[in-house]
Write a new protein. Sequence first.
Length: 219
Amino acid sequence: MGKNLKINVKNKKEEDKLLKFLNKEKIKFISPNKPGMGQKKGKKFEKEIAKKISVWWTNGERDDVFYLTSGSGSRYTFRKKVGKDTKNSSGDIGILDPIGQPFLNIFSIEAKNGYSNKLDIMSIIDGKKDQKHIIFDWALKAQNEVDGTDKECFIIIIKRDRKNKVVVIEPHFLTKPYFGKGFTGKEIVIVANGYELSIVDYDDFFKQLDPKIIKKMYK
């Protein structure tokens, strides 16, 4: 009978190197899946996104304009259920500095990290007919948070394990003035469950989304 060997890795670079070796040697790898690890991973990703959007918004000058909302939006959701509004608390990302307000006047931001085994887009067609794809569940939740606020739309930023980040948004928002002449990057449009969503590359999205135009539109 084989024995289990516990190996600790310090960072993602070491993890990728280890996985590459194990796959080469055909050694089975079992993740410990410790309680709370997924939540910690999600928080870390949300903080990373908040910093990246801060740097983008300030043209590299600051990384602290945006930060996590209270409970990653759970406080907003709870208060909404009892008929109370909580400004700038919808979604996962809020602001620490009012200079970021124009961006949040448009977007409610959700951040999702992992879920690699649940994000097969082909399953929308060849999966179980009565099963709604998780991406539409996320979109419905995000839209519910947008409803009742002054925001225009949601964006869902997703990063699967060892993949690049993507942005999910309703297609017609990619033609808005803050994209100049319109978004021109790669785009996948999926239609199901009475909903239409676009999936685009994260870097393309933020390269073409113009903060100067947003600031002029929402002074």
